[in-house]
Design a protein around this ligand. Structure first.
Ligand SMILES: CC(=O)[C@@H](O)[C@H](O)COP(=O)(O)O
Ligand SMILES: NCC(=O)COP(=O)(O)O
Length: 246
């Protein structure tokens, strides 16, 4: 199964929200990403709507349905009743459940599957009954996989933050990668699909994809948006200069 790239639009939305203006356009950048070959779009609407707004979801759903029907919509979040109703309304192909507290700056850990298995079971069943694939955010810990499987979820999403954060320490990165790999091996052996995400970059993605050849999907936002700015800056400055003939 080839790995799929789902572009996370949170960082674009955060930039948009600096002003009461419609740019950068979350849907417009999503369109460019899908036209360039990305396989899907990811959003992580947080309760305070600090980046993705709940009103962004319908236009993204329509973009995929109308222009890129082969693409997937992945919505991530903590499974509060409000979140569950939101995804039931917008019908993403995949829901990724994360154990985030509303006050968290960003996602920084996976589920305690052993402790939360019974809580997750009915939620996973409700989402699957609604026609959505369910993925659960998971730390690199093979010992948690049996309980993750027992929730009834389809996939786990490996939390790759510690791996991405060790960009300046190859030894630590190697250890993180091996633990991610062992967790993926255990998950695949248990019949779970494996996604990955958080702080992935052009530099650290290839070793991850090599260690986990059956990686089903990666969702990437922060590093991809940083690259889009860096690699788009030259053309954009030239475009502004050309607009006035300078
Ligand atoms: C679940 C996960 O890994 C997060 O990366 C998340 O989707 C990004 O959230 P923020 O954009 O709020 O940091
Ligand atoms: N699920 C992880 C994700 O969507 C993007 O994380 P990041 O690349 O913004 O760290």
């Amino acid at each position: 199964m080839p790995s799929k790239l789902s572009v996370n639009l949170n960082a674009i939305a955060m930039l948009r929200n600096r002003r009461d203006l419609p740019w950068p356009s979350v849907t417009g950048l999503g369109r460019i990403a899908l036209a360039a070959g990305a396989h899907g779009l990811t959003v992580h609407p947080r309760p305070d709507e600090r980046h993705i707004r709940f009103s962004d979801l319908a236009p993204i759903r329509a973009l995929i349905d109308d222009e890129f029907p082969q693409a997937e919509f992945n919505i991530e979040g903590y499974p509060s009743e409000d979140f569950l109703e939101l995804v039931e309304k917008h019908q993403p192909e995949q829901v990724t459940l994360v154990p985030d507290d509303p006050s968290q700056a960003t996602s920084d850990h996976g589920w305690d599957f052993v402790g939360k298995c019974e809580m997750l079971k009915p939620i996973v069943a409700r989402l699957k009954k609604g026609g959505m694939r369910v993925s659960l955010f998971a730390d690199a810990d093979p010992a948690q996989i049996a309980a993750a499987k027992a929730t009834g979820a389809d996939r786990i999403e490996l939390y790759t933050g510690p791996y991405g954060g060790s960009y300046d320490d190859p030894k630590k990165a190697g250890k993180c990668l091996e633990l991610l790999g062992k967790t993926a091996d255990a998950a695949l052996a248990a019949g779970l699909g494996v996604n990955g995400g958080h702080d992935l970059t052009v530099a650290n993605l290839p070793p991850l994809a090599k260690r986990i050849p059956k990686l089903a999907e990666v969702s990437i936002g922060h590093g991809l948006t940083a690259d889009a700015l860096e690699f788009g800056m030259e053309q954009t400055v030239k475009r502004f200069l050309a607009s006035c003939g300078w």
